[in-house]
Write a protein of this length. Structure first.
Lengths: 290, 318
């Protein structure tokens, strides 16, 4: 039972990160129908920039804010320079553009930073907390709490603010949104900034646990993408549930079956779910119009 | 495309293959040429899947992995001749594609992308983790196909590079011929019809699921044979051949050159195979430039290089 709780804790921690990456996928997908495979790079940038700013003598909170702002700016640049000019391109081309962007960002950070593994000190010490017979690092609480806070904040943003509703309207029907006077171009830019910032924040939160190097983005992007698809692309609730489920599957597989195949089980589950529910757990059903 | 255009395309390909060695400064370039042809072969498979039938795959490196490891494992464990192992790998890949294709191909767009991605990752994970069989991430040796001594007995002395250049070129020509024939056949037309609109294709009586599955199986066999050839000519193989980045590379080659066109696919394969060779000069800047090129081509030539260029020549604009 203790071991089980231990796996649950680690699953929730990783799952919270996957959920944040999946949320980034969801926000951009809703605004622009683009699946942004460079999403994982924002997590990497969040971690890397914070580490280097912190090592340069900046206080940790300031370093984190700097990282999030820079990542958001890169997100905006990605939209303006690579996604908007390719408007209307087929899905495959868009996939290649964002994968190209992710390779580019990775290549640039390998030059600007380095190829080493880096760590950050935990925000509130390394003293493990005993809870329900298992132990939990304080940093895990930061990650899980951070993810939860972001979801609540976004939910408020989308349901309580005019701007948030404009984003929802654009996601729902771009043309109709334009007709009622919503600046959909701005909504797209905002979405890229927002999802880059969320990714960077996830990177800041998780770096004390998992460390960071220039190449951690690919794996995270794949997991986040898988989590978003598991939950149903375009649904924030799906991103949250998909991310947490994926993290739990991985942790439980690693604990009880084989740590080498922990990712395999996650993908087998995704294939299984998609066979039964081709739109993911919470995805909206679409029909083709002729 | 008429039958005449088909032979023109094959002719262009054959002439380039024959003429190219005249410009090779050293024997090493035969290796590069062979690599281009092998990559082009798997990319032509994707032309059938993506270009004809309009289905995405981010996991075709999985089939390349199956083909490659068939050539490494079958001779050792089953006592099979390496040449027959190529066929075994193709058979296993086809069977695999048949089994997973039916449920997977019900999915559309990004959902199909994630499902194929999952398949590819599963294959590469098995290859990396079953150390006792595959040697794990360090890879394993692949036995020689043993055809060169045979040629020598017939009085034909060729170097390893020359042999694989010719062999890959021949297989590529065969693959291109099949894909071009397919394009004009009833099956190819059905595939292209469902690419346009599945509902419309279904309305005129096309069994959409069947033709999607056929395209998937055909492209799997192409990838598998390409993987086998890669393993045989390198004499060594690692699980990277089945990795996600290899899948991405294959799709990028296909789209870069022009995903509906067999010649375009070959051009895309040539460019993306040569690019890293050229970029090694740039060392650390290699990835940066590669990403940059991918983005630029997709923005400015969304149809891919070859179709965009020919459209411009015909004055239709892009």
């Amino acid at each position: 039972m203790d071991a089980f709780m231990q796996f649950i804790y680690s699953g929730l921690t990783v799952g919270a990160v996957y959920a944040l990456v999946a949320l980034g996928f969801t926000i951009i997908y809703n605004a622009s129908d683009v699946v942004n495979f460079a999403q994982g790079e924002f997590v990497m940038l969040g971690g890397m920039i914070t580490v280097f700013a912190f090592d340069a003598g900046l206080p940790l909170p300031l370093a984190a804010v700097l990282a999030i702002v820079i990542a958001a700016a890169i997100g905006v640049a990605l939209n303006k320079l690579a996604i908007e000019p390719a408007r209307g391109a087929p899905v495959v081309s868009l996939i290649i553009i964002t994968i190209g962007a992710s390779i580019l960002i990775r290549g640039a950070s390998q030059i600007v930073f380095d190829k080493q593994l880096h760590r950050l000190p935990a925000f509130s010490g390394d003293e493990p907390i005993h809870l329900l017979g298992a132990t939990l690092l304080p940093q895990s609480l930061w990650v899980i709490g951070g993810a939860f806070a972001i979801f609540v904040a976004l939910w408020l943003f989308f349901t309580r603010t005019l701007l948030g509703k404009a984003v929802l309207a654009t996601a729902n029907n771009r043309l109709a949104a334009q007709l009622v006077g919503i600046n959909t171009g701005f909504v797209m830019t905002l979405s890229f900034a927002l999802s880059a910032a969320i990714g960077a924040l996830a990177g800041v939160l998780v770096t004390p646990i998992t460390l960071v190097s220039y190449d951690v983005g690919v794996g995270l992007a794949l997991k986040g993408f898988a989590a978003a698809m598991l939950g149903g692309m375009g649904n924030p609730k799906g991103a949250l549930v998909g991310g947490l489920l994926l993290g739990l599957f991985e942790a439980l597989t690693a604990g009880y079956i084989s740590s080498q195949y922990k990712e395999a089980v996650a993908f087998i589950v995704i294939l299984g779910v998609l066979f039964v529910m081709p739109q993911g757990l919470f995805g909206a059903k679409k029909t083709e119009r002729v | 495309m008429t039958a005449k255009q088909k032979w023109i395309q094959l002719g262009i390909l054959a002439v380039i293959m024959l003429a190219l060695p005249a410009f090779f400064p050293s024997g090493y370039y035969y290796r590069v040429g062979a690599l281009i042809y092998v990559n082009a072969l798997s990319v032509i498979g994707l032309v059938v899947l993506i270009g004809y039938a309009g289905q995405i795959s981010l996991g075709h490196a999985g089939f390349a992995g199956i083909g490659a490891y068939a050539c490494a494992l079958a001779p050792e464990h089953l006592g099979l001749h390496p040449a027959l192992a190529v066929l075994l790998g193709a058979g296993v890949s086809a069977l695999m594609a048949l089994l997973i294709g039916r449920p997977i191909l019900r999915l559309k767009g990004y959902y199909l992308a994630v499902a194929t991605l999952g398949f590819g990752i599963l294959v590469s994970m098995v290859l990396s983790n079953e150390r006792s069989l595959t040697g794990g991430p360090d890879g394993m040796a692949v036995p020689d196909i043993g055809l060169r001594p045979l040629l020598r007995d017939m009085g034909l002395r060729v170097s390893g590079g020359e042999f694989w250049y010719a062999a890959s070129a021949l297989v590529l020509l065969l693959g291109a011929w099949i894909a071009l024939n397919l394009h004009q056949s009833a099956t190819g037309r059905a595939m292209r019809a469902l690419h346009g609109s599945e509902t419309a294709a279904r309305t005129v009586g096309i069994d959409v699921a069947r033709f999607k599955l056929q395209a998937f199986v055909i492209s799997a066999v192409y990838a598998s044979v390409a993987g086998s050839l890669l393993a045989l000519q390198n004499g060594f193989i690692t699980p990277d051949v089945a990795g996600f980045m290899h899948s991405v590379e294959m799709v990028t080659m296909a789209v870069l050159g022009g995903v509906g066109s067999v010649l375009g696919a070959t051009l895309g394969a040539a460019i993306l195979t040569l690019l890293p060779q050229v970029l090694t000069v740039l060392a650390d800047y290699e990835q940066l430039v590669l990403g940059f090129v991918m983005i630029l081509v997709m923005i400015f030539l969304p149809l891919g290089l070859l179709p965009s260029i020919t459209a411009r020549f015909r004055g239709r604009g892009v």
